[in-house]
Write a protein that binds this ligand. Structure first.
Ligand SMILES: CC(=O)N[C@H]1[C@@H](OP(=O)(O)OP(=O)(O)OC[C@H]2O[C@@H](n3ccc(=O)[nH]c3=O)[C@H](O)[C@@H]2O)O[C@H](CO)[C@@H](O)[C@@H]1O
Ligand SMILES: C=C(OP(=O)(O)O)C(=O)O
Length: 435
């Protein structure tokens, strides 16, 4: 297990370029299974989860060529369905959440698919029912083996369009159903579809491949199935969670940082949510400039009551940035209630922040009240372990702002989603050693 040794208390300075988006990449990579023609994808982040999915696709028979450090060409001409029966496949698919999105494309193109319960962050229950109910509505037949192996087949070989109202706007669930519906016979309508930018990116890529999708960006998608899809080129958006993490890092360490090429219109309410914590952000063209701020003050509601920051499906605030919001609130002036509605085990990492000296009350698994220290007292460096990808980065931010040295164990969690984070932050003046 790798660890980071972090000497805190340094001011960072300079420019940083966000990586391509992890959660977009996982959708887009699965979509290459839909066509026998070459698909070129650029701005691919070099991170564990993405590399594992690329390896999985290669092992399934997809031709993979790396034509530049961040650009790959994929061609799924001969997919080896027999690979799905091997223990190697099961082990690979279990390692990341994104593997679940091979189901839709495989069913649409080959009429069969299977998967063990996928991996990803252990942050509470992560049901897949929306995926399966949607695929069943399109005509797939699901067989469950135990509670953690799913086999799907399509009697007659071809999916059929259907109308459906999803019980929740699941991101990967919507992606799976869309990828199945684009090659189904007839028309599919998906109401209560997730509509976040990465899903819009997926839909736009599918349209360039020949799919017929209407309503992109809304929660009502209408898809007219086509016979086959062709190749295309696609460029990944910058990772909005990384952008938010850098904003948080700058605020917490009192540093001046410019985050380059953010595609600001795609960030939704993320910038304004940071502003509610009193963090100044300036848009300079497509860059976000975060000035060094000695103090930042959490706003209240108009009637003076304590602010709540909570997650919601897009266009609400993403759950993946709540851990970052929570950590930066520990050094703000004022109080905020963090309400993580979607996941029930994502706030337990606050114990580590409390050990570092932060003032936090974990009210219940979903809610934590943070009473900001307003820098009257710095956090203390400690040894801690990274429980999940976003808590891991929140702890890294805490360690970079803390007095003394911290050790963060289990940084593989951070490596799942942040590209060379130690080197990139050291280039801004941080002192992080991988040990
Ligand atoms: C690989 C990938 O893309 N992972 C992201 C994806 O996961 P993923 O697609 O797995 O997450 P889902 O959107 O399915 O659901 C997230 C959680 O929220 C709950 N839920 C969801 C929708 C809803 O309307 N109500 C509700 O309560 C679900 O039960 C689940 O517990 O989306 C999540 C929610 O943005 C992000 O945290 C993950 O980083
Ligand atoms: C929860 C996350 O990832 P995954 O769904 O891959 O576990 C995340 O990216 O914050």
């Amino acid at each position: 297990m790798a660890a980071f040794e972090v000497r805190g208390g340094r001011k960072l300075h300079g420019e940083i370029i966000p990586q391509g988006a992890k959660n977009e990449a996982l959708q887009i990579l699965c979509a290459v299974l839909l066509s026998p023609e070459p698909i070129t994808i650029s701005n691919v982040p070099n991170i564990r989860d993405v590399n594992k999915l690329i390896e999985l696709l290669r092992d399934m028979g997809v031709k993979v060529g790396r034509v530049a450090p961040d650009t790959y060409v994929f061609q799924a001409e001969d997919v080896r369905l027999d690979y799905l029966d091997t223990p190697e496949f099961v082990a690979q698919a279990r390692e990341l959440r994104g593997s679940v999105m091979i189901l839709g494309p495989l069913l649409a193109r080959y009429g069969r698919a299977q998967l063990p319960k996928p991996g990803g962050d252990k942050i509470g229950r992560r049901p897949l029912d929306t995926h399966f109910v949607g695929l069943e509505k399109l005509g797939a037949h699901l067989t469950l083996e135990g509670t953690d192996f799913y086999r799907l087949s399509v009697p007659g070989g071809k999916l059929h369009g259907a109308s459906m109202l999803l019980d929740e706007a699941s991101v990967t669930g919507t992606a799976n159903i869309v990828m199945a519906a684009v090659l189904a016979q007839g028309t599919t309508t998906i109401y209560n579809a997730a509509c976040e930018p990465y899903l819009q990116q997926l839909c736009r890529m599918l349209v360039r491949m020949g799919a017929k999708i209407q309503g992109i960006g809304s929660n009502l998608l209408t898809i007219e199935g086509v016979e086959s899809l062709g190749g295309t080129e696609h460029r990944m958006l910058p990772d909005m969670i990384e952008i938010g993490s850098f904003i948080g890092l700058a605020a917490m360490t009192g540093s001046e940082i410019t985050i380059k090429d953010c595609q600001i219109p795609e960030l939704g309410i993320i910038p304004d949510t940071f502003r509610k914590l009193g963090i100044h952000l300036e848009f300079r063209g497509d860059d976000i400039f975060v000035p060094a701020q000695e103090h930042y003050e959490i706003s209240t509601y108009l009637d003076g009551s304590i602010l709540t920051v909570s997650d919601h499906t897009w266009p609400g605030f993403t759950p993946d940035l709540l851990s970052i919001i929570l950590v930066i609130a520990t050094q703000a002036k004022g109080t905020v209630l963090i309400h993580q509605k979607m996941f029930e085990s994502r706030l337990f990492f606050v114990d580590k922040l409390i050990d570092m000296g932060a003032q936090i009350i974990l009210c219940d698994p979903h809610r934590a009240t943070v009473i900001g220290l307003d820098r009257h007292k710095q956090l203390n460096g400690i040894t801690m372990s990274s429980p999940d990808i976003r808590a891991g980065v929140a702890l890294l931010i805490a360690a970079l702002s803390a007095e003394g040295t911290s050790k963060i164990l289990n940084v593989e969690q951070i490596d799942r989603g942040y590209q060379n984070i130690d080197e990139r932050l050291n280039a801004l003046g941080a002192d992080i050693r991988r040990v």
